[in-house]
Write a protein that binds this ligand. Structure first.
Ligand SMILES: [Mn+2]
Length: 241
């Protein structure tokens, strides 16, 4: 492998077709394997959402591109219900938090990032319930208008909750990340979710330092991502406006 791309947090919302088109162009032109690491959609409440106009074209495109290229999808906290859709309907590759890969001298672990913000106890409790087999089952049969309503409601409540929570509770737990790297015997953690691109050496070592790369969010028609090439990681962006 010569080049690999990591991208997350596009947060596509209803009617936001411009960023979706930008991402289409990005996926079409990049030849490297692409890891979409969660929160591609601002919410995904069920299979029927795939029938809505703003995504229908994109999903058809994604299905075609998944057959030709190496595209991987890791669930975000807002679009985890998209995983079964991506696997079954689009025949794409899905991966989970804790997925590991080796890139040259780097041994890498991927997480969306919500599970690394360990201070947010109430959210992590709710996540267990939300990401249960029952919810996955129900989401297959939910009509599209209900999907949209649930998505909007869910967003309002989570935004209110975020405003209430102290900022320090919301952040990444660096010690927890180090423990994961040690447990899995890897040296680089890549995650998204917090929307602030960040590179951090978590612990210096003789051979490979333990490092963290946080992915930027994608805004407007700009696709911001992390690229691995020439045996190193670089933050890049491509503008499509
Ligand atoms: Mn997220």
């Amino acid at each position: 492998m010569k080049k690999v791309i990591f991208v997350a947090d596009l947060h596509i919302d209803i009617g936001e077709t411009k960023r979706l088109q930008a991402f289409e162009k990005f996926l079409a032109t990049e030849q490297a394997p692409i890891y979409i690491m969660g929160d591609l959609f601002n919410f995904w409440a069920g299979n029927a959402q795939g029938n809505l106009g703003y995504v229908r074209h994109f999903l058809r495109f994604l299905r075609r591109i998944c057959a030709k290229k190496q595209i991987f999808f890791l669930a975000g906290n807002r679009d985890f219900l998209f995983v079964p859709f991506f696997a079954k309907r689009l025949k794409g590759n899905t991966i989970e938090d804790g997925y590991t890969l080796t890139l040259g001298k780097h041994r890498v672990v991927l997480y969306h990032g919500d599970a690394l913000c360990t201070g947010d106890k109430s959210y992590l409790e709710m996540k267990k319930w939300l990401q249960s087999d029952l919810i996955y089952y129900i989401s297959r049969f939910m009509p599209s208008n209900v999907c949209v309503k649930i998505g909007q409601k869910f967003r309002q409540t989570s935004q209110k909750a975020i405003r209430k929570k102290a900022q320090k509770d919301m952040g990444l737990n660096f010690q927890f990340i180090l423990d994961i790297l040690d447990d899995l015997n890897q040296d680089v953690m890549i995650c998204g979710h917090t929307h602030k691109p960040q590179f951090k050496v978590l612990r210096e070592e003789k051979d490979n330092d333990k490092e963290l790369y946080v992915l930027p969010e994608c805004k407007e028609q700009c696709i911001s991502y992390l690229e691995w090439s020439d045996n190193q990681f670089t933050y890049k962006e491509k503008n499509y406006d």
